[in-house]
Design a protein around this ligand. Sequence first.
Ligand code: UM3
Length: 120
Amino acid sequence: CETPYEKFLRQHHNNPKSSVGKQYCDVMMKRRGLDKPACKEVNTFIHGTKNNIIAVCTASGGKDYGNRLRVALRPFTVTTCRLKGGSTRPPCKYSDNKSSRYIVIACNRNGKPVHFDESI
Ligand code: UM3
């Protein structure tokens, strides 16, 4: 079954950014199963290497951010998908916003990311 780290990767890792044409978020949110049972409201995909994301859990790539969170020392290119309209009933329609941001994540005791909190 899927570990918390594997779930984090499924929900939040996409590197390099997949060329799915326009409507990246609509395609990716469905492809990664984030349209079930309801449309997920907000979800960020990180276009960075696994090694660079894992490094945020260590002193080389991140620092403590309180509340057991870690913030990256360098920005990542990310795409944030935000549900359009008021309904969370599939089919899900998203707006896409690609930007360079400092990700805020939680890591497990093995130094692997397990939760995406925000990007700043
Ligand atoms: N979330 C993002 N990006 C944001 C803000 C929130 O992906 O910029 C997701 C992470 C959480 C959920 O879902 O919204 C609630 O914060 P997850 O723990 O399943 O990844």
